[in-house]
Design a protein around this ligand. Structure first.
Ligand code: ADP
Length: 406
């Protein structure tokens, strides 16, 4: 059995959507952006790779979803899969019931920017499509297999037991897809020890042993770990009190600075976009060059640290906008890991075309692959699995009841 799934990723001012056909062969996808403003619009790709641009002035989330769903309804999606950033301690994708929605709401203090927007989307699609099964797929779920020594912080225990302060990890859908697909390409499907580097505007690394996440670079929130587009990643925790005491900033201002004015943007004082920084550094901009160097060094350091979670290292997968497209960043990062025995092939790395899967090592030592991520495809697959499981359970309950009555 296979079903078509509408994947919804509802952010604070945008909604990404993708309709994934049965057997996952075709896609229609798009983005509703600038919601709530006069410039609200839907941009997308329809069947036959045709571009779509539709103005929806002042549309809110519900109006935008209504328009998207109207346009897609003749394709008869059979289920809706919602990307949800924080699922707290939920370990897998779940059918949306009042109880699961309450648990998403309860995880809001852990993802204050993301979960409220997801709840708006869930509320709207539930009202617009009450008859369709809807599933939440969590960014955090894949990392729920981490052992306690990887997910606990060295802070007083009550913060964990009473306030859920622990490392959760994010980008789980991408790490799960890429490690599964990559290990399949390497001929050892979901076996062995792998590192993944998801490098986009948000970036994170993950260590995977026999298909399960054993450690990851993001923590309680998506701020921990690597240098990102606008996020600082790891800093000395005392930076907060240093800035508060010396600059008089409050905690909200410091948090905003670390989330939206730091990372590549903060270091370069130019841009959060890696392409812009590479171009600027080629033209002699020293701040851009340093931002790139810090990014690659910190990424290599994180990969080296996460390898401690693996009994054996079989290889490394690069993904995300930067990991898939920049041979330069891959090469620079690997140059900081000579002791790992990677036998990097410059020729294969340079010749890999954008958005394609490929191996970039010379055949000895741990393997190195580029694996384009497919978060929408993975959300559609997990949604389908949940729906089919529910249908099977309902069928077996019905037959049991019929048997009992006979
Ligand atoms: P998001 O996390 O928002 O999904 P993406 O995965 O699309 O982001 O990644 C965006 C990043 O990828 C940007 O920093 C962009 O500059 C970078 N990027 C895209 N193509 C290239 C390229 N050819 N070389 C270097 N960086 C690239």
């Amino acid at each position: 059995m296979s079903i078509s799934v509408l994947v919804i990723n509802c952010g604070s001012s945008s909604i990404k959507y993708a309709l994934v056909s049965e057997r996952h062969e075709d896609r229609i996808f798009g983005l509703a952006e600038n919601l709530g403003s006069a410039e609200a619009r839907i941009k997308g790709i329809t069947t036959g790779d045709k571009a779509l641009e539709l103005l929806i002035p002042h549309a809110d989330h519900e109006k935008a979803l209504e328009t998207i769903l109207e346009r897609l309804s003749h394709y008869n999606p059979q289920a809706i899969g919602h990307r949800v950033v924080h699922g707290g301690t939920l370990t897998k994708a779940e059918l949306l019931t009042p109880e699961i929605i309450d648990r998403i709401r309860a995880a809001t203090p852990l993802a204050p920017l993301h979960n409220p927007a997801h709840l708006v989307g869930i509320d709207a699609t539930m009202r617009l499509f009450p008859e369709l099964p809807q599933v939440a797929v969590f960014d955090t779920a894949f990392h729920q297999t981490m052992p306690a020594h990887a997910y606990r912080y060295a802070v007083p225990k009550f913060l964990y037991t009473e306030h859920n302060v622990r490392r959760y990890g994010f980008h789980g859908t991408s790490h799960a897809y890429v490690s599964e697909r990559g290990s399949e390409l390497a001929g050892s499907y979901k076996q062995g020890g792998w590192l993944t580097a998801h490098l986009g505007n948000g970036s994170s690394t993950c260590a995977i042993w026999n298909g399960q996440s054993v450690d990851t670079s993001m923590g309680l929130t998506p701020l921990e770990g690597l240098v990102m587009g606008t996020r600082s990643g790891d800093v000395d925790p005392s930076l907060h009190s240093f800035i508060a005491n010396n600059l008089g900033w409050d905690i909200y201002k410091i948090d905003k600075m670390l989330n939206s004015q730091s990372g590549l943007l903060g270091l370069s004082n130019l841009s959060n976009d890696m392409r812009t920084l590479i171009e600027a550094s080629e033209e002699g901009n020293e701040d851009a060059a340093l931002a790139i160097e810090v990014f690659c060094y910190r990424l290599a350091k994180s990969l080296a640290a996460l390898s401690c979670g693996l009994p054996r290292l079989d290889g490394l997968f690069f993904t995300g906008g930067i990991g898939e497209n920049s041979a330069y960043i891959r090469e620079k990062t690997l140059s900081y890991l000579p002791h790992f025995g990677f036998n990097f092939s410059q020729e294969k790395n340079d010749s890999l075309k954008r958005g394609t899967e490929g191996r970039i090592d010379a055949g000895t030592g741990p393997q190195i692959w580029v694996v384009p991520t497919d978060e929408e495809g993975r959300i559609a697959k997990e949604t389908e699995q949940v729906v089919i499981h529910e249908v099977n359970q309902a069928t077996s309950k019905k037959s049991e009841a019929e048997f009992a009555m006979a």
